[in-house]
Design a protein around this ligand. Sequence first.
Ligand SMILES: NC(=O)c1ccc[n+]([C@@H]2O[C@H](COP(=O)([O-])OP(=O)(O)OC[C@H]3O[C@@H](n4cnc5c(N)ncnc54)[C@H](O)[C@@H]3O)[C@@H](O)[C@H]2O)c1
Ligand SMILES: N[C@H](C(=O)O)[C@H](O)COP(=O)(O)O
Length: 334
Amino acid sequence: MTKKIPRLIITSGEPAGIGPDLCLMQAACQREAQVVVLADPHLLKDRARQLGIEVRLKTFDPSLPHAASQPNELLVMPCKLEERTVPGQLDSHNAGYVLKMLHQAVEGCQDGTFDAMVTAPVHKGIINDAGIPFSGHTELLAELTETPRVVMMLATEGLRVALVTTHLPLRDVPDAITGELLDEVITILHRDLIDKFNIAEPKILVCGLNPHAGEDGHLGREELDIINPALDKLRARGIHLAGPLPADTIFNPAKLEQADAILAMYHDQGLPVLKYKGFGEAVNITLGLPIIRTSVDHGTALELAGTGLAHSGSLNTAINYALNMIQSGQESRD
Ligand SMILES: NC(=O)c1ccc[n+]([C@@H]2O[C@H](COP(=O)([O-])OP(=O)(O)OC[C@H]3O[C@@H](n4cnc5c(N)ncnc54)[C@H](O)[C@@H]3O)[C@@H](O)[C@H]2O)c1
Ligand SMILES: N[C@H](C(=O)O)[C@H](O)COP(=O)(O)O
């Protein structure tokens, strides 16, 4: 049987940021995949002119068979902006547009139009300024797909970092870390490392929350009271876990050699290390979702929008990961 060409939807993200620029750069990439960009075509035309990119924009027709994207052509699924955009200038009137694209991409993945969604960056602040509570794609996609728990994991060459808590004020982190949460997060991480990354027996290193993993209770008790008991229960189910280990030394090369993933307790415990190692080439993956979603490792970089200075390395990685995950899914179904 001939294999179906995978079809991806890229949401172009915050219109004043670099998302539209990065999407336009995809027209120059040749892949055995059909890449569709969700955006306002007028925004793409304006941005292409500003960047001096020669590209034919073609309206995506979902009824046509999957076919690899053509050179210098971009398939566009149109979504109308509320207000015309100036690169670098946020406008809260366009917050609804940014969210509409995410809703449409999720629907397209759920109804089988697309095999995966890849997201360009959004600006969390301007969406909140528009009066819409929003903490990130990860949380919104969980809500839209009615998934009670998902896990944010970023990956680069030689390092995967997953998070127990995501976009939470630091003050709220310790109270959020419960045995139940650890159980759910580690179960998803373990399962997806097997299913989506073909790792037969994943080994996960878990960070402590406190300095020196609490120093036997002298620098905080979360390790003794919450993390250790949760890890023991998971070990009893056969999951390979080490920790809780001091977060300041867990990222040593010798430790990383023993690990398929590091689990950090909060956003800025794990992501600075990952981004130091691979910023611009790394990927953000939402584990535990019923659809495939990958994303860039960077934000909207407003100051670079329309300048031609934005790099598309992370978007390329996000697309490649999504394609690999589609393939893993197909192989496990065959
Ligand atoms: N995936 C996402 O949607 C996502 C991810 C991270 C941050 N954000 C949001 O983006 C906004 C801005 O965040 P920030 O300023 O902390 O981070 P940022 O990633 O936008 O910028 C950090 C630095 O990296 C540079 N940079 C970022 N992407 C680049 C690229 N592709 N090529 C070259 N240089 C690049 C920027 O110019 C800046 O110097 C915030 O609202 C944040 O919440 C969104
Ligand atoms: N935590 C991510 C990062 O620092 O790269 C970023 O904020 C994007 O998260 P979402 O994919 O949930 O929007």
